[in-house]
Design a protein around this ligand. Sequence first.
Ligand SMILES: [Zn+2]
Ligand SMILES: [Zn+2]
Length: 266
Amino acid sequence: MNWFDTHCHVAGEAFDADRAEVLARAWQAGLAGLLAVGSDGASSRAAQALAAAQPRVWAAAGVHPHQAAAAEGEIGEIEAVLDLPRVVAVGEIGLDYHYDFAPRAVQLRVLERQLDLAARRRLPVILHVREAEEDLFRVLAGARLPAGGVWHCFTGTREAAERALEVGLHLGFGGILTFRGADGVRAVAAWAPLDRILLETDAPYLAPVPWRGRRNEPAFVAETGRRLAELRGLAPEELARATTANAARLFRLTLPAGEPAEGGAS
Ligand SMILES: [Zn+2]
Ligand SMILES: [Zn+2]
């Protein structure tokens, strides 16, 4: 198997006690690699440090909308991390009007500044969007996305998905796809073009069934992948190959040669 977790917080403190074991389980579950994302200056630094030490880990650097007020002053630090090896995207960045942890005007400004960073460096973006679709599309209409990006943890409508695809975004699907009440998400995930979907965990959050409510980890991306393969009428191997190729293309990754070890959860 050849899965890729395009979004996890595996450099964060939730994994400080057992990160080596968590990564070992990921490789055992058949992951070809994973992308560790940042939420502020320190977590972006940590993601990059992990990626520099692990051949199958890559990193993204960005200020999350939740941190937009607290960490706006860290955008310079994000720029510094973007200059380091194995940092392949700006993220996660975006708008979260569900929690509104930062004033919306600040969220918008921090998003626009980081979209500009990504455009100037021709890097893809990893977007976190919650209850803020109209503002997102308004901002994107005035921005350049020369290297595209992904709307991570996509749970929007088909119409929102169509608009996202039109502006060059991929759709990232995670554990919610396996939740009982998520028929709408499953319908979009079954319909979306195969070359525009990515798999993710968002670990430690949003563990798929049967681990729902527990700490999520990258190995569990295989479970979400199997569910999506079933929804699309594909063999898990086919879906893994396609979504991993999508990740490699979007983030311009050179995956290590050779198949990762089979076994574990696969
Ligand atoms: Zn997010
Ligand atoms: Zn996240």
